[in-house]
Design a protein around this ligand. Sequence first.
Ligand code: ADP
Length: 257
Amino acid sequence: ANRIVIKVGTSTLIYPNGNINLAAIDQLAFVLTDLRNQGKEVILVSSGAIGVGLNKMGLSMRPETIREQQAVAAVGQAELMNIYTQRFSTYSQLTGQILMTRDVIEFPTSRLNVTNTLEQLLKMNIIPIVNENDTVAVDELDHLTKFGDNDQLSAIVAQLVQADVLLMLSDIDGFYSDNPLVNKQAKLYSQISTIDEQLMQQAGGSGSSFGTGGMQSKLKAAKRILNNHSMMVLANGKQPKIIFDILSGKTIGTLFK
Ligand code: ADP
């Protein structure tokens, strides 16, 4: 794979107690820079704006109203990029921020503009860091107990740039026949090539209060990828170095192909 989109969930970036997992972010910067130096084209889709905002503002709980959440996201997005810029700088890697909404693909002009920007950044050896623009898009903030869902966004980005693979890093080893946190008998799927109703039924919601859309949202993203004849790997992002193993072809997580 030469063109890779990597999506990291909040669970990879922020500890359950609300602290920022700088070790994971640093490892991510190291790995992505190394891939870039191998000549691969890398795009990062990162959640975490609200989590980082809460941390920065000393808040322990996500506020109730959407507009308060947007304010927290505004603080957090700037701080998140600050952290990324810092970490990537230690590896002499430039990054650029892309804030977009999922509906850009509905409008040919905005779709083209986003694609052009992404392509140009890649051409300049810069790693684009993409997130949803929470100021403009409120739908993803519309849950009081969950962080936003970047799963669809990452699939859309992969589609826009015709990525070879989407690596979706979560807090779980892959897609199971049932939520493994609830059912210890649940079995890991190593490969899935079609997403049907039965699979959808096996996907539960988010496991943690910090999670996003849960497994259904990841399956929906996988469906988009499969429709697009591309592939996606769902794996555990606790140690971002796992990306090296996935790309070297080891059987890790669930391959959607
Ligand atoms: P992220 O923050 O990485 O986007 P989510 O919390 O949204 O992660 O989704 C991952 C969670 O989905 C897992 O921790 C798990 O508890 C839950 N889950 C529900 N059903 C399944 C399933 N069939 N296979 C794997 N995980 C599942």
